[in-house]
Design a protein around this ligand. Structure first.
Ligand SMILES: [Zn+2]
Ligand SMILES: [Zn+2]
Length: 343
């Protein structure tokens, strides 16, 4: 893999992203809708006596013109064949670029040895993750990336003003982990966590991780869907006063942090030949000592290998990876059992 391969993957990902935006926007104009496996095109719009023509969204009702308030009539029509064909061409282009991505992404060890084994991360999501979160570009430090992506949480001391954010703190001292959460190194007060305000981060990357990727993981129903569910149950019982939404969001953040740490460690191992356990020290940085003592800590890689019993070929391939990495399979299984993910 060379930098040229990375640039190529970046170009393909950008092309696909833009293409999808264009296709969806155009599809809305011409009322494109997938009915099972077939595309149907039927658009609705309203027209008033002042000739204001305004599209209706799916299932949207309208009696008065939003521009002038006059009565409207609803028109339902099939768009012209020419327009439908342009839409189908965009779909075809998307398929072409996705096939190119599926091929290009196999040059990346992060995909070959980790992401390919996770339900909900296909080649397109893996490619996006790799170009957005290319571990060497963050010196393999996951905290640098979490900060960049707006995933880091700022922990503050209400007593002395100390804060801890993405591996950095107000006085260079790290926060102290405890059973109840992070403690202030100055006065042992419990730190209060909140989304960091007034800090810059990459919005596209954050939306991809917490929105698209998280949704795909949940929909796929694989091991990460189960991890999110398990974290949710833990968080809900620990914080009975939290809203469902806050519990859900915290669980998703936690699961993604877990996934990202493994992804960075695997990357460092295969790119620089660093043993996996050593790689975690680089990936977690200053926090390694405290995090590695935490009950939730696990040297991955956690993938669907542990829950998917269907394909033997897939099992054999990942068996080889685990062996090569020197990972203790039983440790991972025990962790999954503790999380009630496997029986
Ligand atoms: Zn009008
Ligand atoms: Zn303090």
């Amino acid at each position: 893999m060379s930098e040229r391969d990375l640039m190529y993957l970046k170009d393909l990902v950008a092309f696909r992203d833009d293409l999808i935006k264009l296709r969806v926007a155009f599809g809305n104009r011409i009322g494109a809708k997938k009915d099972g496996s077939v595309w149907v095109f039927l658009r609705r719009y309203t027209i008033c006596k002042n000739k204001h023509v305004i599209l209706l969204k799916e299932d949207e009702q309208r009696e008065k013109c939003p521009l002038c308030g006059e009565q409207v009539i609803v028109v339902e029509e099939t768009p012209s064949d020419e327009l439908v064909q342009r839409y189908m061409e965009l779909l075809k282009q998307q398929e072409t670029v996705e096939a190119l991505i599926a091929d290009a992404v196999t040059k990346f060890p992060e995909f070959e040895y980790f992401l390919a084994y996770i339900k909900g991360i296909g080649p397109a999501n893996a490619a996006r993750l790799i170009v957005y979160a290319y571990p060497p570009a963050f010196q393999y430090n996951v905290n640098k990336f979490r900060k960049y992506a707006g995933l880091a949480i700022m922990f503050q001391c209400q007593k002395c003003g100390y804060y801890y954010y993405g591996g950095e703190s107000s006085n260079a001292k790290p926060a102290i982990p405890s059973k109840d959460g992070w403690l202030c190194p100055n006065d042992n007060t419990k730190l209060v966590g909140a989304a960091a305000r007034n800090v810059k981060y990459n919005r596209t990357v954050k939306t991809f991780l917490l929105g698209i990727l998280a949704n795909n993981l949940i929909l796929a129903g694989g091991v990460y869907a189960k991890i999110i569910k398990s974290f949710k149950d833990e968080i809900a019982s620990k914080h009975p006063d939290w809203t469902k939404l806050k519990v859900q969001r915290t669980a998703i953040r936690k699961a993604l942090s877990l996934l990202l740490s493994q992804y960075f460690a695997i990357s460092l191992h295969y790119r620089e030949g660093v043993p996996l356990t050593e790689a975690y020290k680089v990936v977690l940085g200053k926090e390694y000592n405290s995090i590695s003592k935490h009950a939730d800590f696990i040297i991955g890689p956690v993938t669907d290998y542990y829950t998917d019993t269907k394909t033997t070929k897939y099992k054999a391939k990942f068996d080889k990876i685990i062996q090569e990495l020197g990972v203790d399979k039983d440790e991972v299984i025990t962790w999954l059992k503790n999380k009630k993910i496997v029986e």
